[in-house]
Design a protein around this ligand. Structure first.
Ligand code: NAP
Length: 267
């Protein structure tokens, strides 16, 4: 029977989400949107405590939203964060791996230090392994919900991971690894009711990109590569992340979701 035509809901009522790097930028927009969709949200930050506290208050206070300080540089850091998140609300349904670093200076490969390479890999990749490993263990330990997927994982990559990025090989390699991690996890976990997808943003107006986007010459070059002629607003990345955690995306698994204004089109 046709359901009444009362609009489309993207409700995550009753679900608990962990969003890494939620204090600023794309992560903070995603925290707000998941709360608007009815999920209880735990998010992490590294050092932006005032922003994190303000966001908790804006999102309904500690009964509905919690902030956890956690450096995410190793697999063990990722495991600790999942443990702390589960302590907060007792379960985990959606794991959104959003935190990341993009060392802003151009580093020719012959000059890139081993320390920079290791730091980028630690934050952007090693911690993701720990988060996913502990997150999957937790999701599998819980009774399955009465309807819908047992759990959702969304990894935030980048167009840099799809096409490479000159002078930022560390960042591009770490984000490229998330693409193959997404596909591996999808094939392994979809049979167990856990979907794993990736959102790959192009340029987004955040603190990470502000120096490039506000520099007249760099900005001109960047915008010329984007058919829509602008950088994304953070809400335009949060929306696709939320969508992937709803029943409307119920048959999507292993997807690399291009959210880049038409800049990089890979099927
Ligand atoms: P952002 O504004 O720089 O925010 C980064 C977030 O990650 C903050 O919450 C930060 O915490 C946290 N974080 C950074 N380093 C961390 C560490 N070592 N341990 C734990 N948390 C850490 O970044 P964004 O632009 O929103 O980017 C979010 C994601 O999208 C990243 O994975 C990025 O690579 C990806 N992305 C961004 C763009 C873009 O143009 N902005 C494009 C493509 C992909 P604090 O606030 O406490 O520092």
């Amino acid at each position: 029977m046709l359901k009444p035509l009362t609009g489309v809901t993207l409700s995550l009522e009753g679900r608990v989400a962990l969003i890494t790097g939620g204090s600023r930028g794309i992560g903070a927009a995603t925290v707000r949107l998941f709360r608007q969709a009815g999920a209880r949200v735990v998010f992490s930050y590294r050092s932006a405590q005032p922003q994190a506290e303000a966001l908790v208050a804006e999102c309904g206070g500690p009964d509905l939203c919690r902030a956890i300080q956690q450096d995410l540089a190793t697999a063990e850091d990722g495991q600790s964060l999942v443990r702390a998140a589960v302590e907060a609300f007792g379960r985990l349904d959606c794991l959104i791996v959003n935190h990341g670093i993009w060392p802003p200076h151009d580093a020719p490969i012959a000059e890139m230090t081993v320390a920079q390479w290791r730091t980028t890999m630690g934050v952007n990749l090693d911690s993701v392994f720990g988060l996913v490993q502990a997150g999957v263990t937790q999701i599998k330990s819980q009774p399955a919900p009465s309807s819908g997927a047992r759990g959702h994982i969304v990894l935030v990559s980048s167009t840099a991971g799809q096409r490479g990025e000159a002078f930022h090989a560390d960042y591009a390699a770490s984000k490229g690894a998330l693409l193959s991690l997404t596909k591996s996890l999808s094939t392994e976990l979809a049979p167990q009711g856990i979907s794993c997808n990736c959102v790959a943003p192009g340029w987004v107006a955040t603190e990470m990109s502000v120096a490039a986007l506000e520099h007249p010459e760099t900005s001109k070059k960047v915008l010329a590569t984007i058919p829509q002629g602008r950088a994304a607003h953070v809400d335009e990345i949060a929306g696709p992340i939320l969508f992937l955690c709803t029943p409307l995306a119920g048959f999507i698994s292993g997807e690399i979701f291009n959210v880049n204004g038409g800049a990089v089109l890979v099927g």
